[in-house]
Design a protein around this ligand. Sequence first.
Ligand code: FDA
Length: 308
Amino acid sequence: MLGSLLLAGSRSALVRRAVSGFPVTRKVVDRFVAGEATADVVAATQRLIDAGLTVTIDHLGEETRDAAAAAGTAKAYVTLLEALQPYGMADRAEVSVKLSAVGQALGAEGDRIALEHARTICEAAKAAGTTVTLDMEDHTTVDSTLGILRDLRADFPSTGVALQSYLFRSEADCRDLAYEGSRVRLVKGAYREPASVAHQKKADVDRAYVRTLRILMGGRGYPMIATHDDRLIEITETLADRYGRSRGGYEYQMLYGIRTDKQEALARAGHTMRVYVPYGDDWYGYFMRRLAERPANIAFFLRSFTSR
Ligand code: FDA
């Protein structure tokens, strides 16, 4: 119930103004976001790599309705990828892109613009020696995102995509994408979706995660298991044994600031552990989805008002 309200709030301009206006909000946001500037995220990336982790960097922003802002986001990724090069971090740091931040939401021309900007980002990633994974947003964008993925993969075959276990369609999408060379990040899903397209109960979402996980682990692509859920990590290990996947044949991913100890423990155990690191000033939607995922985060947010 509270989670649904927060997800509704994540798309309300009024709530956005109210939450962003609290002076202490920034302090709480910093737990989940690695700063606003390119230099901030480069420094955070260096720290994580030094701790034995790998990284995927997200320039915050989504549902851009302005063509100049979409172009600005693409440019920010190019700047970031150029900034990573001198540090020799490219083999350990890729980028994650929300297509709605680079034009997908710009009406009839949206797909063409998003593809063009995504291509520019993929080219910069390739020049830096790394790659791109497309985030998945609400269910209305899935066909468009998978279409753009297909076009990108023709020239940049290492481009990956996130699929959400809560969507009924994802088992079929996982099967379609479980081929050699494909990179799929499996997540539970973070948007408020109608019962006509998505599982609503946590237990059903978790069960669907196991079914989609089995398809990916048994397939021929490279599964990226993006969850903080211990039970699903245990099941992944069982499936890795069953399908003969070595440590290099799949990886774990978690969000910046969430279960840091577990991230380090998995890395110490020899797994590739990739941290999703968001940066930038457009943190509102991302932050609200993190609050919605876990009531304890709201308590943390509220406590910060009294601990000033
Ligand atoms: P679940 O929510 O059941 O949490 C399991 C445990 O993890 C909790 O009990 C708690 O201990 C901890 N935990 C989870 N969330 C927490 C939080 N916010 N704060 C503190 N602790 C928390 N979604 C999407 O729709 N599209 C996408 O492209 C992506 N991309 C993405 C990339 C990566 C690398 C990750 C890890 C996640 C995403 N997501 C996403 C978000 C995803 O859909 C999902 O909402 C969150 O990962 C939370 O789900 P869990 O699988 O962690 O399980």
